[in-house]
Design a protein around this ligand. Sequence first.
Ligand code: PEP
Ligand code: MG
Length: 614
Amino acid sequence: MSRTDDTPLPIEPDPPPAEPKRPREKPATRERRLIGIPVSPGVAIGPVFGAAEPPALITKTKIQATDIPAEVARFDAAIAQSRKQLLKLRARLGILPEDSQAEIAPMLDAYLQMIGASRLVRGVRKRIADLMVSAETAVVDETESLAEAILALPGEDDRAGRKRRAEEVREIGRRLIRNLTRAPFRSFTALPQGAVLVCESLRPADAALLDPSRLAGVATDEGGADGHTAIMLRALGVPAILGVAGLTQAAKPGETVIIDGAAGTITLNPDPATLTAARRAVTAYARELQKLASLRRLPAITADGETVELQANLEIPAELPLIAQSGASGIGLLRTEFLFMNRESLPDEDAQAETYRSIVEAMSGDPVTIRVLDWGGEKEIEALQSEGIVPEAADLNPALGIRGIRLLLREIDLFETQLAAILRAAASGPVRILLPMVTTVTEVRTARDIYERVIRRLRRRGERLPDKAPPLGIMIETPGAALSADALALEADFFAIGTNDLTMYTLAVDRGDSDVSSLYDPLHPAVLRLVQFATEAALRMRMPVSVCGEMASNPSFVKLLLGMGLRSFSMNASAVPRVKQAVRALAIDDCARFARRVMEQADPVAIREMLTGP
Ligand code: PEP
Ligand code: MG
């Protein structure tokens, strides 16, 4: 495709789209409350940022005649994607009170109508074909000309209605552009200090770009409790609620919003009494954090003297100070995906070694478990796509496709480079290496062969390495791995049980999907039996085993996990003090008796009640 800057394109504006049926407009001045999935505790008060998307910056470009069919196909794909997104938002409105549904549904219907057999769609196709412009150019120009035509309609009446309809046309244009460019949802550079980010969805790669010191809180329409976006937000310590039906349609930019990240409630345009109560809650939460901080230096020892290892998960280096404050005794899971995200090319061995070394040194002798790249599922990494290592389009079912160790064993260079970088960093402090998404013993054996080859190569190169090679462990995060744990224990040096994926794969419930979030339950007996089976296999072999999924961060769950025989947990840094507090109040014998009773239960609801109370 040849791309050149273009002058404004002459085209007659089409008549504006028909007005969809909707109730009379109500001024949004009253307090409104929405509910979502609580993913990161804390109370935030601030102005809504992001409810209206700024216009996408598109360079207008010309195409050649031969490119027209491909450009129309791109546009059709963006329409299909937009329809899917809007239908999903529409389907979730059912959980809202009727008056909220009546307010929001017509807006979504208007959007859906505009991307049906509409003038807008016909107009864009015509521009692409007749004027030979890119789909993005055609969308920008067509929506702008439609919006202007709506605003220019004669008559003094209903000026507000015309403005709103013009804005709706622009909004659908922005959605189409987002889907055409597959750009990250937004740029956060314009985020005002203390604002609450409100958007439809947030990818883990976008969450990694947030600056927690500028941001008061986050709320989105989509997302699940243990998806990677939720994990990232918890890691950043930003109060957050995901999966809030109707949110972006209800929230107005600039209006005040209160987020209670523990309760999962969002209050838009709060009245003065609610605001006062929320301010008190902010102070109380800060006080509670201070109190918990005083636990930092106390040992994680049960009431009857059993030592428990509490470590932190790390998703981005910005968390290092939080880890230092938390009292964690090392990093139990360093997710290395951050190094590969939001960049155009892959990091080389030196760049990776430097990053790992700085983290190992920052931990001053406490152990660091570095997991090799776990690409796949919702963890998108553009650099892998642009270098042709993974396909542009998602697989049919990305969670069941090339992911984790499967990719690394196919892309040996990528794997060897990362292993070499980790080994070099291991000269600076205690390190363990962790393989993600293992399902077979062959994967572990092959990975170990590669690992030993890399060690030999580095020694030949004269690199400074630790005398003893770092242990090579595996994630137990698929039912297949959990049920083969006895065989895998003969191949691996340690297990880290990843209850996030283990829950997802066992229950066939996407961990990031708000539609099925009520079914996502790590306390389901099937998941607990797999955790128990894997733990016992490791303990029989006297092999180190830990839990590093989100389950480990819930203080109410630690009694059960201790009772199963687990003594090592890794969690988001902010959870360490609360879990330590719980550990210090427990006695191992009680935990073991409790675990036996829990494991007799068949009903996840009954299990939850046993752990957290009715
Ligand atoms: C898990 O699956 O539990 C885990 C810790 O890995 P991640 O959340 O990175 O998939
Ligand atoms: Mg996982």
